[in-house]
Structure formats: C-alpha cells, structure tokens
Design a binder for this molecule. Structure first.
Ligand code: TXA
Ligand code: MG
Length: 348
C-alpha cells in the first residue's frame, strides 16, 4: 500500500487534522505523534482495523493495546467503573504520559485486550494527537509505531524505516517530547501498581495516591540482578548491535567501557554517554551524548534515537552508561535492560 505522509505544524491546519481523523473513522491505519512516542493508530472498536495494527507491526497477538481518548467522558463506555484512585490520576495527569488499567466493558474488542478482562486507556497531551482524537471521536488503539522488537519511534524518519508501505497515513508532528512510553498504572488492584515505568514517575504517583506498588519483574534494583521473568526472554527496543549497559560509579563505568573498547579493537564500538562524561572516553567509533545527568528528561528524549543511530552507523557493539533507579531513571533503565536483553554490569 502507498503510505501518505502529512506534516501538521499547527492546529490551524484543520483540513489535515480532518483528513487524519476521517481516515481513522474509516478504519484505516494512521500513525500519529504523541508526547511520548509515535503511535500506530486504528479504530479501537473495530476488530478488522485493530487486526491491521498487529499485521503492520508483526506484533504477537497476546500483547494487548492501549486505547487513546480525547476526553474523560469517552472512558465511561469502555470500562466497568472508574475507581477513585483512577479518577484522581485522570484529573492530575491527563492529558499526559500515564496509561491506566481498568476493568473493561463489553464493547472493547478481545483483540485490543488480548482476551484480558482489563483495558489500558490513556489521553495523550500532544496537541495534534488531541485534535485528531477529538475530531475522530472514537477510541484509537495505538501501540508504538515501530516494528515489534525495535526501538520505539520518536521522529517520522524512524516510523518510515519500519512502516513505510504498511500503513495508510503518517502524521508528521516533529520530534516527540518525552521520548519513552507512558507509565502504565494498574488501578484495578490495591495498592495501585506500576506495570511499566515511564514519563510519570513513581514519586509523582505517590505524592497523589500514597502507597504505590511496582511490578519489578523487569529488574531488581536491590540485589542488582535481572530476574529470569518470562518477559526478559524477549529483547525489546533492541538495536542490531550487541548492547551492554554499565551501572555504578560513573568514573568506574567510563574506565570499564574504555577497557572494553581496547579489548575489542577490531570492532566498531558505539558509546552512549552523557554530557558530563563525554570527555572521559577514548577510541569509540561513535560517541553519542544522550543529555545531562541532571536533566534526565533529555536522556529519555534522546534514548531511542541514539539506539537507532547506532544501527545506522553499522556498529558491532554498543556500550551504554546506566542510571540510578530513581525518578525518570527507572523508566530509562527499564528500556535499557530490555534493549540489552538484560546484559547489564551492575555495581561498578
Ligand atoms: O506512550 C505510550 O504508551 C505509547 C504511545 C503510542 O501512546 N504506546 C505504547 O504502546 O507504548 P505499546 O503497545 O507499545 O505498549 C503498550 C503496553 C504493552 O506492554 C502492553 O502489554 C501493555 O501496554 N498493556 C496493554 N493493555 C494492557 C492490559 N490490559 N493489562 C496490562 N498491560 C497492558
Ligand atoms: Mg511498544
């Protein structure tokens, strides 16, 4: 199929917003920008459209999708109830990078929830996404707009790499802001539990809700080990090159990475570092500054783009600096653990 790319720079471009909204209403596959990453959208209440998402991404059908809405009223039809904790979160963090898990209603197709009794819903804050969703007036199912397993797309060139010819339309809304996917919070359990760390941090949620639990099957910060949970057998967000993460004292990290660069002299090695540490490295084929350690939003924003840039440069090996499991660092480390297939050297 021919993929049409339309660039929307302002909310004044009403014709283009209308075009994207209409296509979604007609059941087409439309990639939209969000504040986190680009999403591969389709009519969330039509099985046939949702099926197209799984095909275009090559996504396993046991992995459920998030429904995107323009306002809180749209949630009512999709869920059995809105628990008080959920309502508090919606008032505080929506629109924004927080996905909530509810008990689903009957109108949500099985394919969206992968047969689960729950449904994931979020309201993006990206102005263009919001305008399209509002005009379409339907819940839009949208996973990240990458081929399954690859780093999520934060700019249209990434989307084109993976999905050109596989979707009807791509809306170009520039670089995405947050850079990693939304936090997923299960509000059907007590205490509410974070299933995926992201743009809204545990600390943010605790300020509002009190106790918040964390599903740590993705890492174990205390013991510094990566447990063999089923999810860890998959590499997500993964570049082609062999990727290792190094965590601990930052000078020791740099020393160990430099030592390994020497050890692998015949290979093209990329180092993903930070503004503060950039000057510490020698001999890397590609040295990428992801942003400042005191502004982790910068690191989150550049993370997936940096991983994709390594593939483009055709490096054999990627060494990445790790971060503390704190604030946005938790979400960043979660993506790095998956990108490396759990290959992390802790405690340096
Ligand atoms: O920021 C985001 O959330 C982006 C943008 C496009 O909105 N979307 C995104 O979707 O990251 P995706 O499909 O790449 O990730 C959705 C995650 C998956 O890990 C899926 O397993 C989980 O949400 N999920 C969806 N429905 C769920 C449910 N009912 N219970 C538990 N997890 C669910
Ligand atoms: Mg994804």
């Amino acid at each position: 199929m021919e993929t049409q790319v339309i660039k929307i720079e302002s909310l004044d471009e009403k014709d283009k917003i209308h075009q994207a909204a209409t296509a979604l209403g007609q059941g087409k596959l439309v990639v939209i920008p969000t504040e986190t990453v680009y999403g591969l959208g389709a009519h969330g209440l039509r099985e046939d459209s949702v099926k197209g998402i799984f095909e275009a991404k090559g996504r396993p059908q046991d992995n459920p999708l998030i429904l995107h809405v323009a306002n809180q009223d749209q949630v009512l039809d999709l869920v059995q109830a809105i628990p008080p904790a959920a309502k508090d979160c919606m008032d505080m963090f929506w629109p924004g990078p927080l996905t909530l898990i509810f008990k689903r209603s009957k109108i949500v197709p099985d394919l969206v929830t992968a047969g689960l009794e729950t449904v994931a819903i979020r309201m993006p804050s990206h102005a263009i996404a919001h305008a399209i969703l509002e005009e379409a007036a339907i819940p839009v199912a949208a996973p990240s707009a990458n081929t399954s397993g690859r780093p999520s797309p934060t700019r249209v060139s990434h989307v084109l790499e993976d999905l050109d010819g596989k979707v009807d339309m791509i809306v170009d809304g520039g670089f995405t802001d947050v850079g990693i996917e939304s936090t997923i919070l299960d509000v059907t359990v007590d205490p509410p539990t974070i299933l995926r760390p992201g743009g809204v941090t545990k600390e943010d949620l605790e300020d509002l809700l009190g106790t918040v639990a964390e599903d740590t099957s993705h890492y174990d910060a205390e013991s510094g080990t990566v447990p063999k949970s089923p999810g860890m057998k998959y590499r997500h967000y993964a570049p082609q090159a062999d990727t290792t993460v190094f965590a601990g004292n930052i000078e020791n990290v740099a020393k160990e990475i430099n030592r390994r660069i020497q050890e692998n002299k015949g290979e093209k090695v990329a180092v993903l570092c930070t503004t503060e540490t950039q000057a510490l490295y020698q001999g890397a084929h590609l040295l990428l500054d992801m942003g400042s350690r005191s502004h982790l939003e910068e690191v989150a924003k550049n993370l997936f783009n940096s991983l994709r840039a390594c593939d483009e440069a055709g490096v054999d090996r990627i060494y990445v600096e790790g971060f503390d499991f704190e604030g946005l660092g938790v979400g960043i480390m979660n993506r790095l653990l998956k990108a490396s297939g759990g290959k992390v050297v802790f405690g340096l």
